[in-house]
Structure formats: structure tokens, C-alpha cells
Design a protein around this ligand. Structure first.
Ligand SMILES: [Zn+2]
Length: 656
């Protein structure tokens, strides 16, 4: 078995500057050099991410000593002075991945490039001669390598290293920084250690699977994909120790082909499913793909919050049972949302099924956009749907020990979420559009430019400009700048809730033609010439959403959505203050009102309730008259920006 694979010449797929580049599938991703987000909701967040969040993350990695761990490893002075939890290395790798995408997004930046290279050098210096790379294990005074697969996170950390190297190779092919070589040396080592004749186990936290599969795509090295496949097939056969929460916690309870839903730790479950999808696609394994599609269906239908968030157990950061989705116990970790996007995006590329793109949008607007503060320097880790007490502010200069803090915190003891948000926002343009041999598909709406080459019989260069102020309005305009001769199909996603969508073609030299279109993809096929416009329009009205009664924790309540945004009521907008959030109700059939600036308000009632010695009985008297008033409601992603508050997404309906 060769162990000399380094800096392999990139394959064709490696030149797409995108996070997921399968060798087959219904759709081909477009890279960061092909789609650029230019203006609006996501452009604003990308700018904040690049200018504030990335420096913030690097500052905290340095301040907390997680970067210095690599220096100590290189100097041979570990374990003394090592700081951070067992997975601290992974946050450095996620940061490198984020910076690699950011450099790709910007088309280069000298200062950022040199910061990137400086960290890559520090990481590489810590790698041992045989390729081993981890600051927590393997030295005198530390645990032996691979001695704690349940909790040690060694392979998990490497998965993030591989994703960072993949991001770099795809955005800066053939770079001489050495990151790809560092990654492949580590990958070669684990192929020997965990291969067919090696240790017959897996990492407690899935992630190395998705990293190996992508590294295989970039390098063309089949052993990496085969090792990923071994890890996926081994898990579920009881290879890890049983623990307090059961082997479902790390998806080692049921083989992946037999599982019916995602379960256990929500980030692990989604990372595993994403990696398994990569393997199924590369192997053309329809059985595995069908199992994964079924798990996605059941998880979305029964184990996902309105926000798209997942995970309703705090103690093990895990999925609950079907329909176990209590608002006030929503864990909905930011990383679980991102992991769910990773899983869904892979299925979208394979199947071109609009449901995956709809879910991605829901998670983007209501989990990914919720986590970072407007300034980009504080984050939600957990994303509750009901905050009962205002809680305390997290100081700007302190690490938060609590994942479920009531306000965004600058950094956490377990700080997986901030760099995960950073890498997602930096690479976001890659989730906007795809191509196939017939044309281009637009899955997410943003003002953007598209410049790509369509393959197939009528292939050629295709350039277009997208203009929209979505989610403020539902008008999306695609102006063709250049198109191949012959028919091309431009497809636009029509969201599931858009019940009055119209797609109109406005040719430069002819009459406009519009037609009503149902949710799904609106396909417009024609021989486009520069200046032709395709316009998708639909109403963005506030709508009242009911839960399936089996989600019994919120039975009898409603939520307000507007376009892709879930709304919430915050105590700062209520007369009566923080405590009133527990007593608000909404009349049946009451709908929100929208003002000229797009702000929503709704008529609510605050029930007066006398305190009782026993909170159960046949009637509850008021302490005075109920109060009816009109309150502003705001997008959930903006909550807690105005200081400590209480909040709820689901509002009980007044009973007659
Ligand atoms: Zn996280």
C-alpha cells in the first residue's frame, strides 16, 4: 500500500470551488468563482462574516491557546500547557476551512492569505513523521493514540482537517502552502491503522467520513473513499462502548442501512448521513441512498422544529422521539442545522428534489442567520424557540461555559458553532445555483452574478445577473448576460408556501409571457439572447402556521411565518415585560398586519392570572382584566439583539 500520496494533481471535479463536488448526480454544483452574492440579506452577512467573525474566531483560537497547542506539540513540550477540550484542534481546522472559502469568495486577499499560511505552518509543524496529527493524544503523559475512540475525537478532528484541505485545493488549486500534503499524510496513516486489517472501530463523532470522501474526490485517491465506506458500514454494529445515553448517541445502535430516522446526537447523525450520502453517490449504491432518503423524510416529518433546527434533548444534544419537539427545550444546536444543510445539499445534488432546497432555506434563515449577532462577534450555540426568563448577558471577554445561554456569547468552552457558522457563510454562494446539461437551476434567492459553462449538447458559457430584495419581496429577476446558442433551461425554485407564483419571460425582442406555477422548480426553456429576463414573482405575506397535533408540546398554538422567516414575540415588545411572555394568547383567526416598511404586528391578549398554590385545577381566575394590545413581532433570527428578553415562537390560541 503506497503512503506517498501528496499534492496529487487535481482531478476535474477538484476545480469546482464548492464544498461538495460529487462525480455524478442530477446537478453539478457551481463554485465560488461562478456564483457571487452581490447584495442583500446574505451579502450583508457574508461581509460581516469576513470582516468581523473571521478575525474574532482567530482571536479566540489564539487567546484560548488552541492554536498554541500546535506550537507546543512541535516543540515537544506537550502535554504541559495544552489547553481546550479534546476536540480543540478541530476548531482551528474549521477556521482554516472558513478562510479558504473566504479567500475563494474574495478572489484573494494578501493579508488574509498570509494569516492562513501562518496557521497552516503551525499545524504542519505539529504533525509527526508517520502522519499522526493531534495535540491531545500519543505523547508521554497523554493517552495513547486511538485509545479513546468513544470520546477522543481524533478522527473527528482529522475530518475537519480534510475538509479544510479540500476547501483550499478547490479555491487555490496546487497551492504550495502544504495543507493538502499534511491532510493526505494523515489520511494515509489512518488508512493503515483503520483499514480492512486495522482497528475494527469508528470515531464516536462522525465527521471523518465526509472529510475522507471529499479528500478522495480532490486527490483521486480511492483508498480514502474506501476507508470512509468502512467507517460507515462498521458503525451501528456495536463497535463502540455502550454509554449512559445508549449507542444511539453515536449512531452505533443500528446499521445505517436499517435505520429509519436520524437519532442520537444531532450533529453526529447529520455528519454521518452526509458522509454516507457521499459514499452512496460515488459507489452508485441505490440501497444506501434509499435508506438515507427515508431517514431524511422521517426526520423532517417528525423530528424537526419549525425553524429547521434539530435536537430536542439538552443532556445528549440529541434528537427526541417522533414529534417530541418542545419549544422551551429546543436544543437545536447551530451545528446541527449546518450539518442538516450538508446532508440535504448532497441529496439535492443527487436527486434535484426541491424539498431539500426548501429545507436548506429554512435552516439558513432561521438557524444559521440566528446564531451570529448582527455584529458577527457573538453566537447562539443552542437555539431555543421559547425563552422563559431573560437570563444574563454574556460578557464580551469571557468564555461561556453554557451552550444554552439566553444571549449570544462571544466564545464557548465547546466552541464548535462559531467557526461552523463562519465556514458556512463564507461558502454560501456555492449553495445558490447548480447546472446540468440542460441549463442552470437557482435554489436560493440572492442578488448575485452567475458565470459558468453549461455542458451537454447545447453547452457553452452562461452568464446572468440575479436581482432581488428577498426575503422582503418575492420578486426574483434573472437577466441573461450571455447564453449558448440553442435551448437552455433556467429553473427557479418556487418555495413550498408560494401559492400564487408566476414565472414571466421578458424577451428583449418580443412580448412578455407569464404563467402560473406551483411550488417546485419553474423551468423556462428557450434560446436566450443577452438582455432576456426571466422573472419569478410570488407574494410574501405573513401566514399563520399550525402544528401537527402530535407535536403535543405546542398543540393549540400558532406561529407566524413570512416568506422563509419564522417570527417570534419578544418581551421587549410587550406591555408587562418579561413575565408577560407566559401569558400571551392570540385569537383564533387573527392575522398579522404588515406596515409599509414590512414590519409585522399582531393583536395579542395578555391573560391576567392570579397566582395559585397548585397549578392544576378546573378553572383559573384572573387577577384583573385581560389586556388586549397590538405588538410588534420580529424575525426569529433577530431575537435577543436588544438585550436580555423572553421570547416565544409558538403563541397559544385563546380558548373561548
Ligand atoms: Zn456547535
Amino acid at each position: 500500500m503506497s503512503t506517498t500520496t501528496t499534492s496529487t494533481t487535481p482531478t476535474t471535479s477538484a476545480t469546482v470551488a464548492a464544498p461538495v463536488v460529487p462525480t455524478s448526480g442530477a446537478l453539478t454544483p457551481l463554485g465560488l468563482d461562478e456564483v457571487r452574492i452581490t447584495d442583500g440579506f446574505w451579502a450583508d452577512r457574508q461581509r460581516v462574516n469576513g470582516t468581523a467573525t473571521l478575525p474574532h474566531v482567530e482571536h479566540w483560537l489564539e487567546r484560548e491557546g488552541w492554536l498554541r497547542n500546535f506550537d507546543l506539540a512541535a516543540a515537544g513540550t506537550l502535554p504541559e500547557g495544552r489547553r481546550g477540550r479534546e476536540f480543540a484542534d478541530s476548531e482551528v481546522y474549521k477556521y482554516l476551512e472558513a478562510v479558504a472559502w473566504e479567500l475563494g469568495r474574495l478572489g484573494g486577499d494578501e493579508a488574509l492569505e498570509s494569516r492562513f499560511r501562518a496557521i497552516v505552518d503551525r499545524v504542519a509543524a505539529a504533525q509527526e513523521a508517520d502522519g499522526y496529527l493531534n495535540t491531545r493524544f500519543g505523547r508521554p503523559g497523554q493517552g495513547e493514540r486511538w485509545s479513546d475512540l468513544e470520546w477522543g475525537h481524533e478522527l473527528y478532528c482529522l475530518g475537519h482537517l480534510f475538509q479544510a484541505a479540500v476547501a483550499r485545493e478547490r479555491t487555490s488549486p496546487g497551492s504550495d502552502d502544504g495543507l493538502l500534503g499534511t491532510a493526505t499524510r494523515a489520511a494515509d496513516l489512518i488508512c493503515e491503522v483503520f483499514g480492512t486489517d486495522g482497528i475494527q472501530s469508528v470515531c464516536g463523532h462522525a465527521e471523518v467520513e465526509v472529510g475522507l470522501a471529499e479528500l478522495s474526490r480532490v486527490t483521486g485517491e480511492p483508498r480514502y473513499l474506501e476507508l470512509a465506506s468502512l467507517f460507515v458500514e462498521r458503525r451501528g454494529t456495536g463497535v463502540l462502548q455502550d454509554i449512559e445515553w445508549g449507542r444511539a448517541y453515536f449512531q452505533d445502535d443500528v446499521p445505517i442501512r436499517e435505520a429509519e430516522a436520524l437519532r442520537g446526537h444531532a450533529v453526529r447523525a447529520n455528519y454521518l448521513a452526509a458522509g454516507a450520502t457521499d459514499i452512496a453517490v460515488e459507489h452508485g449504491d441505490d440501497g444506501l441512498l434509499d435508506a438515507l432518503r427515508g431517514q431524511w423524510d422521517r426526520t423532517i416529518a417528525r423530528r424537526t422544529y419549525l425553524t429547521g433546527g434539530q435536537g430536542s434533548h439538552h443532556q445528549d444534544e440529541a434528537f427526541g422521539e417522533d414529534f417530541e419537539l418542545p419549544s422551551d427545550r429546543a436544543y437545536s444546536e447551530t451545528c446541527a442545522g449546518i450539518a442538516s444543510i450538508m446532508f440535504s445539499w448532497r441529496l439535492l445534488l443527487e436527486d434535484r428534489d426541491v424539498r431539500y432546497a426548501d429545507h436548506i432555506e429554512r435552516v439558513l434563515y432561521n438557524v444559521v442567520a440566528t446564531s451570529p449577532s448582527a455584529a458577527g462577534t457573538a453566537f447562539f450555540y443552542a437555539n431555543t424557540l421559547h425563552q422563559r426568563t431573560p437570563g444574563e448577558s454574556s460578557p464580551d471577554d469571557e468564555v461561556s461555559p453554557r451552550a444554552s445561554s439566553s444571549e449570544r456569547a462571544p466564545w464557548f468552552d465547546v466552541s464548535c458553532c462559531p467557526p461552523n457558522v463562519a465556514r458556512t457563510l463564507a461558502s454560501l454562494a456555492a449553495f445558490v445555483a447548480t447546472s446540468d446539461d440542460r441549463g442552470v437551476q437557482i435554489h436560493q434567492f440572492a442578488s448575485a452574478t452567475i458565470d459558468t459553462v453549461i455542458g451537454g449538447e447545447h453547452g457553452g458559457r452562461f452568464r446572468a445577473e440575479l436581482v432581488t430584495d428577498y426575503p422582503r419581496s418575492g420578486v426574483v429577476t434573472v437577466r441573461i448576460v450571455e447564453a449558448p446558442s440553442g435551448p437552455v433551461t433556467v429553473s427557479l425554485r418556487v418555495p413550498s408556501w408560494a401559492d400564487d407564483a408566476v414565472v414571466t419571460v421578458r424577451p428583449v425582442d418580443g412580448a412578455s409571457v407569464g404563467r402560473a406555477i406551483t411550488p417546485g422548480y419553474a423551468d423556462v426553456e428557450r434560446s436566450f439572447v443577452p438582455g432576456d429576463v426571466v422573472e419569478l414573482t410570488f407574494s410574501i405575506r405573513p401566514r399563520v402556521t399550525l402544528p401537527d397535533p402530535r407535536v403535543d408540546a405546542i398543540r393549540g398554538s400558532v406561529a407566524i411565518e413570512r416568506g422563509p422567516e419564522v417570527y417570534c414575540v419578544e418581551s421587549v415588545d410587550l406591555p408587562g415585560g418579561d413575565e408577560a411572555i407566559a401569558r400571551i394568547e392570540v385569537g383564533e383567526g387573527v392575522v398579522p398586519v404588515e406596515d409599509a416598511d414590512g414590519r409585522l404586528s399582531i393583536e395579542l391578549r395578555t391573560r391576567s392570572l392570579a397566582d395559585t398554590a397548585w397549578p392544576y385545577g378546573d378553572a383559573f381566575a384572573g387577577s384583573g382584566p385581560d389586556e388586549t394590545f397590538t405588538a410588534s413581532i420580529a424575525p426569529y433570527h433577530s431575537w435577543a439583539e436588544r438585550g436580555p428578553s423572553t421570547m416565544r415562537v409558538w403563541i397559544p390560541i385563546t380558548r373561548a
